[in-house]
Design a protein around this ligand. Sequence first.
Ligand SMILES: *Cc1c(COP(=O)(O)O)cnc(C)c1O
Length: 825
Amino acid sequence: MTYTIEKVTTLIGARRYGDRDANVGFLLTDSRSLCFPEETLFFALKSQRNDGHNYIPELYRRGVRNFVVADVPAGYAVDYPEANFLRVVNTLEALQRLAERHRDEFNIPIVGITGSNGKTMVKEWLYQLFSPGLHVTRSPRSYNSQIGVPLSVWLMDEQTQVGIFEAGISEPGEMLALRDIIQPTIAVLTNLGAAHQENFDSMEDKCREKLMLFHDAETVVYHADDENVARVVAEFRSKGERLCWSTQDRRAPLFVKSVAKGEGSTTVTYIYKGGAEASYSIPFIDDASIVNSIVCAAVALHLGLDARQLAERMPQLEPVAMRLEVKEGRHGCTLINDSYNSDINSLDIALDFMNRRPDHKGRRRTLILSDIFQSGDEPERLYKEVSDLARKRGVVKFIGIGPVLSAHADEIQLSEKFFFSTVESFIRSEVFRSLRDEVILLKGARQFGFDRITELLVQKVHETVLEVNLNAVVKNLNHYRSFMHPETKLVCMIKADAYGAGSIEIAKTLQDHRVDYLAVAVADEGAMLRGNGITSNIMIMNPELSAFKTMFDYDLEPEVYSFRLLDALIRAAEKEGITGYPVHVKLDTGMHRLGFDPEHDMDELIGRLHRQNAIIPRSVFSHFVGADSDGFDEFSARQFQLFDKASRRLQAAFDHKILRHIDNSAGIEHFPERQLDMCRLGLGLYGIDSRDNSIINNVSTLKTTILQLREVKAGDTVGYSRKGAIARDSLIAAIPIGYADGLNRHLGNRRGYCLVNGQRAEYVGNICMDVAMIDVTGIACQEGDSVEIFGDHLPVTELSTALDTIPYEVLTGISNRVKRVYFQD
Ligand SMILES: *Cc1c(COP(=O)(O)O)cnc(C)c1O
């Protein structure tokens, strides 16, 4: 479905500059995701930190001709002769308005989903329940923001029979805009949890805001047993039919009579609108899945699925993997595994993700794709679109798996292409054996069993992994940025292998989000990042005298903290014929670790810097001793005074701007008035608030699996030196993680615990080098079950507290042999 540029101009009430004819098919807000320039309409959005207008020259060069702007570039007719500029007051509102008008074109059921958790699962399951018969358009992944929602709604086209969209809010006032864009005929509240509480005064306020979505809906779906929700719905005079569900109230339109959990599946028995008792089963036993399935049942029954269809389709529900996983594979390959549903929108997002990862090892990009099940699309058209996307996103090699793709091999316009009817035939082929030094995106509908490909391609490792959530890293980054002025620069500390999370992938993510500096400990870490495509500025905190050459070769900027280091650095640079090499001057204001003395060294330092031109101070900084504790606030103030005075003296001695910085993570939040020109974000990036040990957005989860279960009788012992005395008959599990992996031995003998299926299991006896034993008496579990050592459900700070240390030590102690697996929602 395309719109002419005239039509768009009218719909958003813009003033048009430029008179070229054009059709708009794609909306773009992030220049990095450009794919089809000719039909793209770019919205130059302004955020606190960034201004889309800055990307207009680049996008024009890349072929984009249509722009929605707040400011028309001066001399546009000369510089952009072929462009149309649509001028509006607020570009975000224009994007939302356009989506709203697009929405008006459709007279079909539109489901709008909000809630604290479960939105994406409900959306995906509804899609799974409906898509055998209906053409559904839904939000890709979790596009549920002020920008994501209009982009999602825009995806509806002539074939769409049902629209399903998520609406997520983090601040008061946001739902109104989302409601106008989605205009749901059926509004769904999944549940109300604690997420985003901080921006709302009370649970009721949050509920009220979310329920704005209900306002003009014909039908509203919610959980009547939740008192907060029921109260707010009651006071809210929405005209819609109240399709609530309850496990207690028989009069509820959807009365859930019983929920019976079995081995790996759950049966829900219900009565819908006083009809006959019916039931369905789902292949899950966790509470969240059960609740979400009930919400889905309400919507599905309302939209005309009958009890028989529900009973047939519910058992087929697939887990919703909202993740793109990055894994190191054999033979120099990197695997990006996207098990999210197979459809063209999520393929585009996954290709964009692959394309954006910088990779300077010159590796080729390969796409392994299964048949796409998307009803309503002609395969010719669909696979031609796949081919276009793949080419534009830099795919070199295409491997298609499935009968439909094989039959449409001609639509794929790539010179290197291979087709197989099944995963087995691919695995047996020469094509599979010859995968080498490639970045491979795997995207397969579940029934094709792409897991087998991944299993064979991934290096076999220890079953213990550290899962790193890259979205959480970005959320934390934004959390801290929210305390900073838009113009304040940011250094992200990724020393110690990014506090254990793995510096390469973290650096790629941070570079993608345009942080100003990355900081590592030693030159080799910096060189390694350069080798992996990191082009950001890199600071070296502990430059070794032996590594100057490496620094010069790789453009790494050292910190200087002493005259000895300063002189050596100047000599080395002069020898290479280098001038004006940027360095970062460290002052010691109280830590008494490294740094020049701000009271006695400044004259000498300025003198020596003036007498040479090999290096140049790019920044000057110091470090707080106790920014993470109120008890040191006075000392911090003294440190700041010392720094402020000495750094001003340094600046006064030079004409060029010298960036001044002192705030670390805790400083950013607690002394925002001391942010100066730049801040240095460390622990906060990894989701930990060092002041109170709370978790902001958890980044790392250390996981392992149960190797073996055994019953041990009362009176017996477990482990070395018979330390683990067993008082009652017990069930003991062995897990493949030990002190050599970074599981501190002091957690043994029941001083610490891990989580097995959500329940606490204490470490029994001494922790061994590679294995630990835990007490799982009374916990329903089996060999092979997953065990969380710390992470999403067990904060790492609980471990550090039990160990009487700081979370930094626990995180950086995870040894290299523990595989890091990265994902993003
Ligand atoms: C590690 C480090 C930081 C980051 O500290 P956090 O407490 O992790 O925020 C900042 N500055 C310097 C000099 C550091 O070494």
